[in-house]
Design a protein around this ligand. Structure first.
Ligand SMILES: *[C@@H]1O[C@H](CO)[C@@H](O)[C@H](O)[C@H]1NC(C)=O
Ligand SMILES: *[C@@H]1O[C@H](CO)[C@@H](O)[C@H](O)[C@H]1NC(C)=O
Ligand SMILES: *[C@@H]1O[C@H](CO)[C@@H](O)[C@H](O)[C@H]1NC(C)=O
Ligand SMILES: *[C@@H]1O[C@H](CO)[C@@H](O)[C@H](O)[C@H]1NC(C)=O
Ligand SMILES: *[C@@H]1O[C@H](CO)[C@@H](O)[C@H](O)[C@H]1NC(C)=O
Length: 649
């Protein structure tokens, strides 16, 4: 008899420990006010809450003298086991940073609630701004009108009763009325009157869900849900409410009967704990992308925080369009580059996971390798291989000429970069457009092997699409005209940027710097090409120590890549072929687009912009001149050859 009891208990404890932590997202609200410097306080608050929530179902925390002030509250539904409560909290904590840097935010998962704000909101029960109701999309499968009314009535009874029960029983209740299951939970910081007020409001709202299978009322101080599925656990059977005292009783029985049975119970408990730990670890990291943690790409946020000396300014090595880059040293001594992405919108989060999934499988000698990422902390981080030498721009535009690259080195850099881009465009199943090829995104390792960095703007495009219309992001001076003016994005955008880069490497000058009376680099090279004087433009610091034929060939390829007509630009594999073959015929380039100097000179020559009013202004200006100078016969995929008209010289 005790043995079968014990078996039952073990079974129960296992099945309960693997019950559902209900982490599906029911609602999220991000405050409109944005702030700065919130992240350090946010991290501390979330850490403290996770300590408190290991032993309770409810916790609040307020860090005194933090600036800006921040108050946090976490509440698990009372039927969740302590383990599931932790899991649910971990999930909400992983999802809430989507709202950063909002000054306030809250998230309802189906098993818990998490909120932060800049004032003490703990006893708030209703709010005109925050309270919402959501009904499921699918109707209950009922044919007759009578049955529908019957169901409607059951819903009304269920939510009405469960609200009453919750108010009576200290803030939590569940009920079942004719196949309709309902749960109500008030936050523990809300008093009885507040709880009643809150649930009354939710009750009225949720009733309106009518014939829908599910409804959720989510207010400032409570949560109310009904469903035709039984979604909650029975309180009293869970291990942490009455389960533990039950365990004590049975332990005593077991002690009284046979010592070895108790030993096996303890052993089983240890196993259960182990399982719970594993489950917890897997869940908190793998919620968003289980494939990530399986692939071993996950880093702990704390590890990277320490590795970069808490993201100190002295460790900062770069600032890209998508985030700041820090150098870090992992506990095993390995140096890494950590890119810190601060999300403002849902879009950013999606981009981030895209990026990780996208480039973790991509490896090439001319691409900076992605080592992993961290997704469980308040910010998402990417970890790249650390490339010790400087970026290409620091070599070729160095006024002091501390280390001048000779022709052989420059040529190898050009070929390597071309191969890296070629791989991005066609080396894997997915096509990737880098969108921000420029000299500061080409890193050089000790052997001066080029490695393309910053895939932050990379997007994967479907094989069926020839171009994507996207927001303009990239760096002026490198941007292809069709992209700048219309946001039309194809691989040829990278080809154009690469062409500019080639001219820069050969000439040792920035494309975005203008020389009085001679115009942009592109313009100068083009004019000299027409007058057979290209040798003049080659970087003086090479002291004529170069094979002129090869240099001219490379310049010509650069001009081919920067042609105004998208269709005339070669693809990257053609570029690589032309660069590496000895006696190929290089086509004669057409005229590149000459962008108006004054419209395009940025304040600082090599900065990245993502959404910059300057760019949109410039683009708008160009769009105007584009439309006015062009007849309607030109289709968007054919960039007009009459670019002279468009790009007012
Ligand atoms: C919270 O932020 C809002 C909006 O910035 C501000 O008006 C309010 O004074 C702040 N409250 C506290 C307690 O700091
Ligand atoms: C909440 O508490 C504050 C004081 O902490 C009090 O001023 C306020 O009236 C309370 N609100 C409710 C709805 O009880
Ligand atoms: C659900 O029922 C409503 C009427 O009560 C109807 O208007 C709606 O189209 C139904 N939706 C679905 C998905 O069946
Ligand atoms: C609770 O449910 C019973 C039927 O199960 C019903 O008669 C009663 O009116 C309900 N109470 C409320 C407040 O809805
Ligand atoms: C019943 O369904 C109707 C719509 O079909 C809806 O307007 C009403 O609020 C629902 N709830 C109750 C309790 O009658």
């Amino acid at each position: 008899m005790p043995l079968s009891l014990l078996l039952l208990l073990l079974l129960a404890s296992f099945s309960l420990s693997f019950s559902d932590p209900r982490i599906s997202e029911a609602g999220i609200y991000c405050g409109a006010t944005k702030t700065t410097n919130l992240i350090p306080a946010f991290i501390k608050e979330m850490e403290s809450l996770s300590q408190l929530i290991t032993t309770h179902h409810f916790a609040t925390y307020h860090l005194t003298n933090s600036s800006p002030t921040i108050y946090t509250l976490a509440q698990c539904h009372h039927d969740l086991s302590q383990t599931d409560c932790l899991l649910c909290y971990a999930a909400s904590r992983t999802k809430l940073p989507r709202c950063l840097p909002s000054l306030s935010a809250l998230i309802f998962l189906d098993g818990c609630f998490l909120r932060y704000d800049n004032y003490s909101f703990y006893n708030e029960s209703v709010s005109t701004q925050l309270d919402t109701v959501t009904c499921s999309a699918s109707n209950v499968s009922i044919v007759g009108e009578n049955e529908r009314l019957e169901f409607n009535k059951s819903v009304g009874f269920a939510v009405g009763n469960v609200s009453k029960i919750a108010v009576r029983d200290g803030g939590f209740g569940t009920v079942e009325v004719k196949g309709v299951y309902a749960l109500a939970q008030c936050w523990e910081s809300v008093d009885r009157d507040g709880c009643r007020e809150c649930l009354d409001k939710a009750d009225k709202a949720v009733r309106g869900c009518g014939p829908k299978r599910e409804g959720r009322g989510m207010n400032a101080g409570c949560y109310l849900r009904y469903s035709t599925d039984k979604f909650y656990d029975n309180v009293g059977e869970t291990e942490d409410n009455h389960g533990l005292s039950g365990l004590g009783v049975i332990m005593a029985m077991v002690l009284g009967t046979a010592a070895f049975l108790m030993l096996s119970l303890l052993a089983a408990y240890a196993v259960y704990r182990k399982f719970a730990e594993i489950k917890q670890g897997r869940n908190s990291l793998g919620l968003i992308s289980t494939s990530l943690s399986r692939s071993g790409l996950s880093f702990k946020y704390e590890t990277l925080e320490k590795a970069t000396d808490y993201f100190s300014d002295s460790m900062m090595i770069g600032q890209g369009g998508a985030g700041t880059v820090f150098m870090g040293t992992l506990p095993n001594g390995q140096n890494v580059a950590v890119k810190r992405l601060v999300f403002n919108t849902r879009q950013w989060v999606d981009d981030f996971f895209n990026e990780v999934n996208l480039i973790s499988g991509i490896q090439h000698k001319n691409l900076v390798k992605l080592l992993g990422c961290s997704i469980e902390g308040p910010e998402s981080l990417l970890v790249y291989e650390y490339v010790p030498n400087k970026s290409l721009d620091q070599f070729i535009f160095d006024n002091k000429k501390t280390q001048v690259l000779n022709w052989k080195q420059r040529f190898n850099i050009i070929v390597g970069t071309a191969e890296g881009i070629e791989y991005l465009h066609g080396g894997t199943q997915i096509r990737i457009i880098h969108r921000d090829i420029k000299s500061s995104n080409v890193l050089l390792d000790e052997d001066l092997t080029p490695k393309i960095a910053d895939f932050g703007l990379a997007r994967c495009i479907g094989a069926d699409k020839t171009h994507l219309s996207t927001g303009i992001a990239g760096t002026l001076g490198y941007m292809a005209p069709e992209y700048l003016v219309r946001g039309q994005l194809t691989e040829k955008v990278d080809v154009y940027s690469f062409g500019v880069l080639v001219l820069e490497i050969v000439c040792g000058r920035r494309s975005s710097s203008f020389v009085e009376n001679s115009g942009s680099l592109l313009e100068i090279v083009w004019r000299l090409f027409k007058s057979n004087g290209l040798a003049e433009v080659v970087d003086r610091s090479l002291y004529d120590d170069f094979p002129i034929k090869e240099v001219l060939k490379v310049l010509q390829i650069g001009l081919l890549c920067t042609q105004a007509a998208v269709a005339l630009r070669p693809s990257m594999d053609q570029v690589v072929l032309m660069l590496t073959c000895k006696d190929c015929d290089i086509p004669i380039p057409n005229q590149p687009p000459f962008l108006n100097a004054s419209a395009l000179e940025p304040a600082s020559p090599s900065r990245s912009y993502s959404t910059n009013s300057f760019i949109s202004n410039a683009a708008r200006k160009l769009e105007v001149s584009y439309s006015s100078s062009e007849s309607s016969s030109v289709h968007s995929s054919d960039w007009p050859l009459r670019s002279r008209d468009l790009m007012q010289k």
